[in-house]
Design a protein around this ligand. Structure first.
Ligand code: HEM
Length: 125
């Protein structure tokens, strides 16, 4: 791995932890994360892998990220809050060009995932 790639992976690692420190303390997202996630080391490693895949096109994350969310009880406000906490974590941790990429992906995630999630969970209700 190149020095630049190692720096990016380290920045992603920091960003993920910065985000989860804020999310676990958040009044809306905290109860969902803290209620479901039992093994935080494993979850943070999964998230490192997911974002490494999304931002650096590594293939460390091989699962489907959306289905595990279908069992949670969330509304659009959860996705909006997710983005409100994710963007400052990105701005504080990631260098360009992955900073801009992580912010633009998050727009897609919050809106498209939010809509898809709400449609699918209302059909299941
Ligand atoms: C919209 C942006 C989001 C992204 C990109 C995202 C990404 C992910 C990924 C990659 C996983 C791991 C899935 C796996 O096990 O392979 C995960 C799990 C999880 N996410 Fe999200 N997530 C998002 C929003 C949210 C929101 C808003 C919440 C609400 C608090 C949430 C709560 C969870 C929980 C509780 C898990 C663990 C589920 C389990 O393992 O049983 N996520 N997420």
């Amino acid at each position: 791995m190149s020095v630049a790639a190692i720096a990016d992976e380290t920045a992603i690692h920091d960003c993920v932890r910065r985000f989860y420190d804020a999310a676990r303390a958040d009044d809306l997202l905290g109860p969902v994360f803290n209620g479901w996630i039992k093994d935080w080391d494993a979850h943070l490693t999964t998230m490192d892998n997911f974002w490494s895949g999304a931002l650096l096109a590594t293939e460390r994350y091989k699962a489907a990220p959306f289905p595990p969310h279908l069992k949670l009880k969330m509304g659009q406000e959860h996705f909006d809050r997710w983005r409100e906490l994710w963007v400052p974590a990105v701005e504080a941790s990631l260098p360009e060009p992955i900073k801009s990429k992580a912010i633009s992906i998050s727009e897609h995630m919050a809106h498209c995932w939010g809509r898809a999630y709400l449609t699918m969970t209302s059909e299941m209700a």
